[in-house]
Design a protein around this ligand. Structure first.
Ligand SMILES: *Cc1c(COP(=O)(O)O)cnc(C)c1O
Length: 405
């Protein structure tokens, strides 16, 4: 075993520095130990690695390409902008990268059913897809507000054979969906496994999901060399829980000259409830079984959050992001709702690519960054998903600009 960052972080208890861990109710300790042991075994198993390689190539459509955004680059007039095209991964986002692997793990453990939460519906669709492919039952919990907003993905999950359970308490969005999914899992730990949708939750999920998503940077590093014969100067990704960001950061962490930017959603203002910028405004705390930086209300409870990107409105952040930010290996970028909408239309009209609203936050920040940099610098953006799911919401609320940029 090498001493590389990815092999040594987190430690065996799941800590990245002081962040992470597994803060579990007693009845979940055994199931999580089983998951941890199964993953330790699988990750070194040639059969598992071969199976994952096979589905990635022949089912998911990997590797996804890197596209040079030449018109957006010209528009900004600064650094060259490249896009890692996770929107072209099957089901339209990076989420299938960890879902296929999580369902292989579920099968290995003899489980019959996978349970998960979903925000924008992308994790739900990806998990329902993986469950269909591998022949398992699938139950997805989703906030009622998101069910209305992300209608096409709800229909998709149902068509794929999943059961969609509405979360009806509190703000009825992502956090409530996680609460609801955990409750359901607690009732059926023998038959079911909880497949977390990001680099969050109790150990081993932040590590496992990062490892599964690290395929993004494994591919991107080599592909970027084809384009530029160099490493990118800057890597940019939006951060909800932080899985697409950890995926595109992973193999660049030890390349100290590469700046890594995780972009947080600034929503519509700086007050509690108007944004979901956890690292920017949050403080240390435990939620959903792990210690990280979270947004709290005045009672210390998880704060209400907002972003037009339904997949990134989460009041905490993956523990590895909290750690990498605390040692200043990563930096925080910002993008608010309006900038994300502007970026959504710009990428659509300048490049012919409709981005997911979540990914539009990475684009929005990268546009600002590119303008400050000279033309010999480069930016690699994680285009985490396609925007088909968001088109109705966007055009109803933000009319299509009638002038080209
Ligand atoms: C779910 C999702 C995100 C946010 O999740 P992370 O774990 O932060 O990556 C970002 N973009 C898209 C397209 C998504 O579906």
């Amino acid at each position: 075993m090498s001493n590389s960052y990815l092999d040594t972080m987190p430690n065996t208890d799941g800590f990245f520095g002081k962040f992470g861990g597994a803060f579990l109710p007693p009845q979940l300790e055994t199931p999580f130990t089983q998951i941890k042991e199964a993953y330790e075994q699988l990750k070194n198993s040639p059969k598992f690695i071969e199976e994952l390689k096979y589905v990635r190539k022949h089912f998911q459509g990997r590797p996804t390409p890197i596209t040079f955004a030449k018109n957006l680059t010209a528009f900004c007039g600064g650094a060259k902008i490249y896009l890692k095209r996770e929107d072209l991964n099957h089901t339209g986002s990076h989420k299938l990268n960890h879902c296929m692997a999580e369902v292989i793990l579920a099968k290995h453990l003899g489980k019959k059913k996978v349970i998960a939460e979903t925000g924008a519906g992308q994790h739900g669709v990806a998990l329902a897809t993986a469950a269909a492919y591998f022949g398992l039952e699938c139950e997805i919990h989703m906030g009622e507000v998101d069910i209305k907003k992300e209608h096409p993905n709800v229909v998709r999950m149902k068509i794929l054979g999943a059961k969609v359970v509405p979360a009806t308490h509190g703000l009825k969005t992502l956090k409530e969906a996680v609460d609801s999914a955990f409750e359901s899992y607690l009732k059926d730990t023998d038959n079911a496994i909880y497949c977390i949708g990001s680099v969050v939750g109790p150990h081993p999920f932040p590590m496992m999901v990062r490892d599964f998503q690290s395929i993004i940077s494994l591919e991107a590093k080599e592909q970027f060399f084809e384009h530029e014969n160099a490493l990118p100067d800057n890597v940019v990704a939006c951060v909800g829980g932080g899985s697409n960001a950890m995926g595109i950061f992973a193999h660049f962490i030890e390349e100290k000259e590469v700046n890594l930017y995780g972009v947080e959603p600034m929503g519509k203002g700086e007050n509690i409830g108007e944004h979901s910028a956890s690292l920017t405004y949050g403080s240390e705390g435990i939620m959903h079984g792990f210690n990280s930086i979270m947004l709290k209300d005045d009672k210390g409870e998880p704060a209400p959050v907002h972003s037009i990107g339904s997949g990134i409105d989460y009041p905490s952040v993956g523990p590895e992001h909290a750690y990498l930010n605390s040692i200043q290996r990563t930096q925080i970028g910002h993008c608010n709702d309006d900038e994300a909408i502007d970026a959504f239309y710009k990428l659509s009209q300048l490049e012919g690519i409709i981005p997911a609203l979540e990914s539009a936050h990475a684009i929005g920040f990268a546009i600002k960054l590119a303008k400050t940099l000279s033309q010999d610098k480069t930016i690699l953006i994680s285009l985490s998903g396609r925007g088909d799911k968001d088109i109705d919401f966007v055009v109803e609320n933000y009319p299509v600009p009638n002038a080209k940029f």
